[in-house]
Design a protein around this ligand. Structure first.
Ligand code: ATP
Ligand code: ZN
Length: 413
């Protein structure tokens, strides 16, 4: 391991240290771990350097240049707006710190790659039960239309929505080999040649990089973009249209992936609202209250607060974060998990008319539609649940225990 302390040309106020930490692994994949170095800057402490560890020798000047650019373009211009708490559950947090290790030991979770997991019972039944609670609430309150969408989404749809330019760090593109006989032959030779056996991973990666092309599709980073695309150029037939869908989502979380808290591949249930400004605003607020009631029925500790998205590499990062926080465009339900940490398990988002404009969706009055979405991270939610209630159904609220037992007996377990 190599260690470097990279001084920052501009110090970062401590209240923005979290925003800096969220982005450092995306500055260079050579960084294996990092630590922020604090120093007094006038009256207050501030981050004055970043200590990084790498496996390969580093061009320290280049790293300083990149960190300086991140700090000056995207961190320091952020006006610090404190998260505003808007709700707190009445339940105290009792956390089992060994939850993740126990899940691995019991085979309830198995790791198949970075940030990728397979699951066993009763975690599968728990996740389905939680999902059915969210879906039923959306159907009861808004008659939400249930839909299923593919995991792939046209890259053009993500470009149109602004996702490509806002979150390039997360993108996982779908590729395939060049559609040409010579290229296939070359590829096959490369992956079956004598060096292939010695260094299989690297050889295959090189061969894929040399011979592949972008398909025009990306692995979906969220479910709701399918919903807007489905209605592109259309006029809604009601003042509020609500759609719900559960889908696999993919985000390259670099070295930020951790236990079941932050995955590269995960499952999201989304409830999407499209309609007039008032209808969408009201729907988000009333659904938020329903979700808080579900959290209390589940006996979970947690709270909700204003939040912002991890925009990256975008000239408007600071402005977008400020607008989101100030106009309360994003709320998150935060649940405590093991290790003294907490995770955002649900987000409640308002997009104004940005996506209605991007996809030319109109209300029955001919106005540009407003949109909002509520997104549940099912693995995160279920993980927070077992961190708080334990892995065995005997410790779970009766309604959850009964539902899980019923689903297991249906499957003859
Ligand atoms: P975070 O602030 O934790 O990165 P986010 O604001 O990017 O989350 P959203 O884009 O609002 O999250 O996604 C909706 C929900 O999907 C989150 O509340 C969370 O439950 C889940 N989610 C998002 N990213 C991940 C991930 N990498 N692994 C597991 N679940 C995730
Ligand atoms: Zn969404």
């Amino acid at each position: 391991m190599y260690a470097y302390t990279i001084p920052l040309s501009q110090t970062v106020p401590l209240q923005l240290a979290g925003e800096l930490s969220k982005r450092i692994f995306f500055v260079s994949e050579d960084i294996e771990s990092f630590e922020l170095v604090e120093q007094m800057d006038g009256e207050a402490k501030a981050v004055s350097a970043v200590r990084v560890a790498t496996r390969v020798p580093l061009d320290a000047a280049k790293m300083q240049h990149m960190l300086d650019r991140l700090v000056s373009d995207e961190i320091v211009p952020q006006r610090s707006v404190m998260a505003q708490p808007i709700w707190r559950s009445g339940y105290p947090a009792t956390i089992r710190d060994d939850t993740f290790d126990s899940m691995l030991e019991q085979g309830m979770a198995t790791q198949s790659g970075e940030g990728q997991f397979g699951f066993g019972e009763p975690f599968i039944a728990l996740t389905s039960h939680l999902d059915s609670l969210f879906q039923a609430a959306a159907q009861r309150s808004f008659g939400a239309l249930e839909q299923q969408y593919p995991s792939l989404i046209p890259t053009e749809v993500l470009a149109r929505s602004g996702y490509l330019a806002s979150f390039p760090q997360f993108l996982v593109f779908a590729g395939r080999l060049h559609g040409e006989l010579d290229s296939y032959k070359d590829f096959v030779e490369q992956v079956s040649g004598p060096t292939a056996a010695e260094d299989a991973g690297a050889t295959v990666s090189r061969a894929v990089a040399d011979h592949s092309t972008h398909l025009g599709y990306t692995l979906s980073p969220a479910v709701c973009y399918h919903v807007y695309e489905q209605r592109a150029g259309k006029c809604l037939d009601a003042d509020l249209v609500s759609v719900t869908a559960r889908g696999r989502c993919f985000r390259h979380e670099s070295r930020y992936h951790r236990s079941l808290e932050r995955l590269w591949e995960f499952t999201m249930r989304e409830v999407v609202f499209i309609g007039s400004d008032d209808h969408v605003t009201d729907a988000r607020s009333s659904f938020m209250r329903e979700v808080f009631a579900i959290v209390e029925e589940l006996g979970l500790a947690g709270h909700a607060e204003t939040a912002s998205d991890p925009f990256f590499c975008n000239a408007r990062t600071a402005e977008k974060i400020w607008t989101q926080r100030l106009m309360q465009l994003k709320y998150e339900l935060i649940l405590p998990v093991a290790g003294g940490r907490s995770v955002a398990a649900v987000s409640f988002n308002a997009h104004g008319s940005a996506l209605g404009e991007a996809f030319s969706i109109r209300t029955p009055d001919g106005e540009i539609a407003h949109t909002g979405c509520v997104a549940f991270g099912l693995e995160r939610f279920a993980y927070a649940f077992v961190c708080q209630h334990g892995l065995h159904p005997s410790g779970w609220p009766v309604s959850v225990r009964n539902s899980v037992a019923a689903s297991q007996s249906r499957r003859g377990e």
